[in-house]
Write a protein that binds this ligand. Structure first.
Ligand code: SAM
Length: 207
């Protein structure tokens, strides 16, 4: 997976490559899908949701430019795989998932793998997670029609927010940087995610 799908596409951060080598991706999916665990595409995790393609996980993580001391908020825990990657690379991880059944499963795997620096919550992540804000980094792993203002508010100065923004069918991966209170945006190219559904995301009746 690393040699064929990740490195040749420009993921050069050694810590990310090391974390992806270390974390057993099959732990985050059902046993019947284990033979596909390291393939170059998303996989179903239940509730109509997916564990993202490994390369997209690597790319979004690289965009966060983690050095090891950051407090990170993830919106869209899903399987918990991205949370485990973040746990390897930084100090504190908070993750919010809309479906309780997914957040409970993810909590179990994260505990089994021994991560102590991840806290997983069930709720609407489009409003962020005010109690632990501000965050040095925010990663949204579901597609928004626009950047939720609550997330920008909860981003620290010199912070980075990575989020897919666009239509229900295709998006651009947007990297937002906050510097001296100002917002700078950059696109890292096209992507396709399941929708971000909530107060500042898509409404269920729009799908
Ligand atoms: N990061 C995940 C992983 O490593 O498995 C992949 C997540 S999946 C592509 C997107 C997730 O976002 C889904 O589990 C979905 O239920 C969740 N989601 C969608 N809208 C949400 C919201 N408003 N708050 C929290 N989670 C949300």
């Amino acid at each position: 997976m690393i040699r064929i799908q990740i490195e040749p596409r420009g993921i050069t951060d050694k810590r990310i490559l090391e974390a992806m080598r270390k974390i057993p991706r099959e732990k985050f999916i059902e046993e019947k899908l284990w033979s596909s665990a390291y393939e170059d595409h998303p996989l179903p995790i239940g509730e109509g949701q997916t564990i993202s393609q490994p390369y997209i996980v690597a790319l979004m993580t690289q965009c966060l430019n983690l050095k090891g001391n950051e407090k990170v908020l993830e919106i869209g825990t899903g399987s918990g795989y991205q949370s485990a990657i973040l746990a390897e690379l930084t100090k504190e991880v908070y993750s919010v998932e809309r479906f309780a059944v997914l957040s409970e499963k993810a909590k179990t795997v994260i505990e089994e793998l021994g991560y102590k620096n991840v806290q997983i919550f069930t709720g609407d992540g489009t409003v962020g997670l005010r109690d632990f804000s501000p965050y040095d980094r925010i990663i949204v792993t579901a597609a928004a029609h626009e950047i939720p203002s609550a997330l920008v508010e909860q981003l620290n100065d010199n912070g980075i927010l990575v989020i897919p923004v666009g239509s229900l069918y295709s998006q651009e991966l947007i990297v937002v940087e906050k510097k001296a209170g100002k917002i700078y945006k950059n696109s890292e190219g096209g992507c396709v995610f399941v929708p971000l559904i909530g107060k500042y995301g898509w409404q269920a009746n729009e799908l």
